[in-house]
Write a protein of this length. Structure first.
Lengths: 229, 283
């Protein structure tokens, strides 16, 4: 029962979406299924938040290695959630009614946390990639075989082609031979080689998704429902 | 050459820091030659009749803002200059500030004649990822009964006449991943035939090429794509050729030096490995 009912729900929802693709009259059913999905997606946020809270609380209680990080995560989570839910610092839009403004309005506590804590933190994390890429380029990108050599040549062309360096280095090439310039070769690599590879991957994935979806809808694959314990 | 083998990685970090910081501090600018993929997007926005309805979905969070914000600004400016009606939305929970900052920092400052509700509307964020696109493809109000400020869509002059995605003349998705450009192709442009233009991060851009030109007009790929768009905008509207309004062009100089540094590091790394091989193993 624990597996049959969820499978029936999945099969019904999937069947409705497939039917709506071929039968226009079934379109409202698909829209309704979509709305249910969004309600579930909303609950997923609550579930995710509760899971994060409990897991980090357990880590702190166990006082295992790195429990301090869990404490920072938990405090950040609770503070962010609290100031967002209570709309701390939000000015009323009409100047009188409390809680009327948007939770992310400029000047609110959540807006402040987003602008001055979350924003710089994630930007810093992302910017650090430049340093790691540079270090990896020096230590790991080696001409070990033909494939690596081809990859390296392609990387050089695209790296140069994505900046002014590519245009400047091959500026002597006459316009009628623009395909031989570095930007021209970059465009060719992206348009032909990359597109062919991407299409092959996309078609492969699409066939895999179709097969897996059919197995889920027909109840052949029930692994997503867990062990049933 | 032996010293290269034992090069402390902190020297590499320092070199990267200088490669990015020096061009930024010196305000170096290089000329940009627009590519056909960017030109196609620009031409579409330019050729749409005045007052056309454009949906701008900003599907990215602050992680990718550095890469995608300049193209969002350039596209928003272009739409406003052409007096198109812009409807903003996001499929990412942390994408709301991107929409609000585009409205407050670009439209409200540079286009004072643009009125909220008449010329632009912010629909905000809606959970559900690609299902949101699939639903608004046929019925906008099933997902968005109100705008981000709580006003019913029927009370706003711009959205009162919009029922689904087919009522837009152009869809634009600026995305950093899932849900993003692929989902807009699969559930909007492909089944409905509504023109779609996209902006994407450098990592995601290669995935978009198979859809061009059938399901996608063109693509603004990362900072370079944004810089090319800014140049096109500046050429057409000279007031927008100023350094303060060409943020992506400014960011291309650090990219230039960083790319050259990476190439130099790859060459040095390989020379060092060759030297080691030629010299033979240490006794």
């Amino acid at each position: 029962m624990k597996q049959t009912i969820p499978w029936l729900i999945a099969a019904l929802a999937g069947g409705v979406v497939i039917a709506a693709f071929f039968i226009p009259a079934a379109q409202p059913w698909q829209d309704r299924a979509g709305q249910w999905f969004e309600v579930l997606a909303g609950f997923a946020f609550v579930l995710g938040g509760a899971n994060l809270f409990v897991m980090n609380l357990r880590k702190i209680a166990a006082q295992g290695p790195g429990w301090g990080y869990a404490a920072v995560t938990l405090v950040s989570f609770v503070v962010t959630l609290g100031v967002g839910l209570w709309k701390v610092g939000v000015a009323p839009r009409d100047g009188r009614t409390a809680w009327q403004g948007g939770y992310l309005d400029e000047g609110s506590a959540l807006w402040w946390l987003f602008e001055y804590a979350y924003n710089p933190l994630v930007a810093t994390m992302f910017a650090l990639l430049a340093f790691y890429v540079a270090s990896a380029a020096f230590r790991a990108f080696r001409l070990k075989n033909t494939e690596a050599s081809l990859l390296l040549a392609t990387a050089f062309i695209v790296l140069l082609g994505r900046t002014y360096a590519g245009a400047a280095l091959t500026s002597f090439v006459p316009p009628e031979y623009s395909a031989l310039t570095i930007p021209g070769m970059t465009a060719l690599i992206m348009k032909v080689v990359n597109t062919a590879g991407q299409r092959a991957i996309m078609i492969g994935i699409a066939l895999g998704v179709a097969a897996t979806s059919l197995k889920v809808l027909l109840g052949i694959n029930r692994s997503y429902l867990g062990s049933g314990d | 050459m032996g010293w290269l083998q034992n090069l402390d990685r902190r020297w590499i970090y320092l070199a990267m820091l200088l490669a990015v910081a020096i061009p930024q501090l010196l305000q170096v600018r290089f000329p940009e030659q627009p590519t056909p993929l960017v030109q196609a997007v620009f031409d579409k926005v330019e050729q749409l009749p005045e007052g056309s309805r454009v949906l701008l979905s900003l599907d990215y969070g602050p992680v990718s803002a550095g890469e995608l914000e300049p193209m969002t600004a350039a596209l928003a400016r272009h739409c406003c200059l052409k007096r198109h009606k812009v409807v903003f939305m996001t499929l990412w929970p942390d994408g709301k500030p991107a929409v609000e900052s585009t409205i407050t920092k670009i439209i409200n400052v540079e286009f004072l004649e643009h009125q909220y509700g008449r010329d632009h509307v912010d629909l905000g964020y809606k959970a559900g990822k690609e299902v949101v696109i699939k639903t608004i493809a046929t019925n906008l109000r099933l997902e968005f009964e109100q705008d981000n400020r709580g006003t019913p869509l029927d009370e706003l002059p711009l959205t009162a006449g919009i029922n689904n995605l087919e009522d837009f003349e152009l869809l634009v998705s600026i995305s950093a991943g899932f849900p993003g450009l692929k989902e807009w192709v699969q559930y909007a442009s492909s089944p409905l035939g509504v023109p779609l233009a996209v902006g994407a991060t450098a990592v995601q851009a290669p995935q978009a090429y198979p859809y061009i030109p059938g399901q996608m007009l063109g693509i603004l790929a990362a900072i370079k794509g944004a810089a090319e768009y800014e140049v096109l905008l500046g050429n057409r509207y000279p007031a927008y050729a100023t350094p303060t309004r060409q943020d992506a062009v400014r960011r291309m100089a650090p990219q230039f030096s960083a790319h050259l540094l990476i190439i130099a590091l790859i060459v040095l790394g390989n020379l060092s490995a060759l030297w080691q091989r030629w010299k033979g193993p240490n006794p």
